[in-house]
Design a protein around this ligand. Structure first.
Ligand SMILES: [Zn+2]
Length: 607
């Protein structure tokens, strides 16, 4: 079916009435610019869709978006539905990037700059005709720019804007337009004009600097958007590799090949941002960047190490928002959150969080502190290093090279009248002893220990030469934890599992009938990983008189554990099963993180 104009189509498709359309167009024209008056003279109505001049939608002004977009928004239809209506009406074919790879030949025809500016992706070249995907088929600016860039015939096809953005990042690489502009030996016509009148060298250098700054910002922004915790710039023999760590797993970021030529400038820029010495290239350095991206404050710890191919730079992103989570977002169910909320408000005693590196211990401690952080409490922390600065909290960093150890600082804290003390980690007997002393003299102490489960915390402290009766007295509770990856909500499907399998992984037999499990198939939203984000699983041991007696008797952790279970403690794995049954994670993930071994953890402390 053909329509004379975009307006006819909108009316026929019941998107609006003719009057509404005119109203919108008028409002749009007034908002756009005075030159748009031509749209109201009626001449546009003659445009026929077949020759690609459905003029009504053409009055594009980048500041206000196109009339096309306005109508789509007003219609309230999802973009995909809207595009398929347009496609049927005007005979524009849809493309689906989930099973389509643009050809190299096509990609070469449209520069990253044009693709980025007009949000188009070249798809293929068929018999000399370039197929280009767009989500805004009525923009004359776009159509003209693409036809000009292609230097040949072009056929347009339709795809949702989100798919186009994703395809752009995948095939051109993040920041490709910036890098292309930098690497180009020749400059644009407009820039040529400026060069003729200005100091050529100065403009070129200033330009490069501004673009490098922009590129680094783009990389950080992209990392933040994909919830990466780390960005690694890794010089290799013939290119610069950039990898992100997302949910504990490393991913190579697609980057434009011209990047390696700008390696030195890039690394210098990051060193400047993080306050490092840019001339020093032979020694490792540490630094810090504090920036605000789209309103979110991001604290970045930067470290450089000289490798054979140049300086390798690692950025760890610490967003305040992600750290100072409420306890409700840590994956704690009521059965953990309720008792923990009470325990962390007690006047004295030790609360320990245990687990291997990368199990989210510090995130839990910070959320405890955040929960009880009030003006009527004096909170002091000793950390190595201070990971997040918290308002109203007195934080001290360990500096072993000048004798400022955990134990040393902690001893001094006791004279500073704190109510709550957080010790980043108990690693040695001396620190353990002072922490216990602090707890037994009326302070609430939070700390972490490297043990696999909660009951082992008691025996670990006794192994550090602490008096068993003091340990038994001081400890209020121990919470062991791990992080499981959470299933992608977009592609989560039910998983069929046999009873035999469940029993073989020690799933409680009584719960087997009717048990339902889930797995992630993998989709665009999760980058085919099947998981998005992470959540904690917990084992909470609350001290009791019976447990105290066992600790004083130097009972092994297994005996303390059995006793705690008889008093209602759920093990990490049992808690994990609950999360798998709730569809939060998979059986495999629970098994992966609850294997009894020190090396199951991933090297990421925050999530
Ligand atoms: Zn998915």
């Amino acid at each position: 079916m053909a329509y004379a104009s975009f307006k006819d189509f909108c009316v026929a498709a019941d998107l609006c009435t003719a009057d509404q359309f005119d109203d919108w167009r008028m409002g749009y024209s007034q908002n756009g610019s005075a030159e748009d008056g031509s749209a109201e003279d009626g001449s546009a109505e003659d445009g026929s869709a077949e020759d690609g001049s459905a003029e009504d939608g053409n009055k594009e002004k980048s500041s206000v978006g196109s009339l096309f977009e306005l109508v789509r928004e007003k219609s309230g239809k999802p973009e995909t539905d809207f595009l398929s209506l347009i496609g049927q009406a005007f005979d524009w074919k849809p493309v689906d990037f989930s099973n389509l790879e643009p050809t190299k030949e096509a990609l070469r025809k449209i520069s990253s700059k044009v693709a980025s500016q007009h949000k188009v992706i070249p798809v293929s070249v068929e018999e000399g005709v370039l197929m280009v995907a767009t989500s805004n088929p009525f923009s004359t600016d776009l159509l003209n720019a693409v036809r000009f860039a292609a230097q040949g015939p072009v056929n347009f096809v339709l795809a949702p804007s989100e798919d186009i953005t994703k395809a752009y990042e995948k095939h051109y690489g993040v920041g490709a337009d910036t890098i292309d502009a930098l690497a180009q030996d020749q400059v644009d016509e407009e820039e040529d004009l400026e060069l003729m009148f200005g100091d050529e060298k100065e403009i070129a250098e200033g330009d490069q600097e501004a673009s490098i700054i922009r590129f680094v910002n783009q990389v950080i922004l992209q990392a933040q958007k994909s919830r990466a915790t780390d960005i690694h710039f890794e010089p290799q023999e013939d290119n610069l590799q950039i990898r992100h760590r997302i949910d504990g797993i490393l991913h190579v970021m697609p980057m434009p090949p011209a990047l390696n030529r700008l390696q030195a400038a890039l690394i210098s820029r990051i060193k400047v941002m993080s306050g490092m010495n840019i001339a020093e290239k032979r020694l490792p350095q540490d630094g810090r960047i504090n920036i605000k991206i789209k309103g979110a404050e991001i604290d970045i710890r930067v470290s450089t190490v000289p490798t054979v191919y140049g300086e390798s730079v690692s950025l760890r992103l610490l967003t305040r928002d992600s750290v100072l989570k409420g306890m409700d977002t840590l994956g704690m169910t009521k059965e953990i959150e309720d008792p923990i909320s009470k325990i962390i408000r007690k006047p004295h005693g030790i609360v320990l969080v245990t687990g291997p590196t990368g199990s989210g211990k510090s995130t839990s401690l910070y959320s405890f502190l955040n929960t009880i952080n009030d003006t009527d409490k004096r909170i002091m922390t000793v950390e190595d290093p201070v990971e997040y600065e918290m308002a109203g909290v007195n934080q001290v960093a360990v500096k072993n090279d000048i004798g400022r150890s955990f134990a040393h600082i902690l001893r001094h804290f006791l004279r500073q009248d704190p109510d709550v003390i957080m010790v980043g980690e108990i690693r040695d007997g001396e620190t353990a002893e002072i922490a216990i002393q602090a707890a037994n003299t009326g302070h609430l102490v939070f700390s972490t220990l490297h043990t696999n489960d909660a009951p082992s915390a008691f025996t670990r402290l006794i192994d550090m030469d602490c008096e068993p009766f003091l340990v038994a007295d001081a400890i209020e509770a121990v919470m062991a934890q791990r992080l499981v990856r959470t299933l992608c909500p977009e592609c989560r499907v039910e998983q069929v599992v046999s009873k035999e399998y469940l029993l073989s992984v020690e799933f409680p037999p009584a719960q087997v009938p009717g048990a339902k499990f889930w797995q992630g198939k993998g989709c665009d939203a999760c980058g085919e990983r099947g998981y998005q984000g992470r959540s904690g699983i917990y084992e909470l041991l609350q001290n009791s008189e019976a447990i105290q007696a066992q600790v004083i008797d130097r009972a092994p952790a297994s005996v303390i554990g059995q006793l705690a279970r008889s008093e209602g403690m759920k093990t990490l794995r049992e808690y994990g099963w609950g999360r798998a049954l709730a569809g939060v994670t998979s059986i495999e993930e629970v098994l992966r993180v609850t294997q009894v071994s020190e090396d199951v953890a991933e090297p990421v402390e925050n999530f």
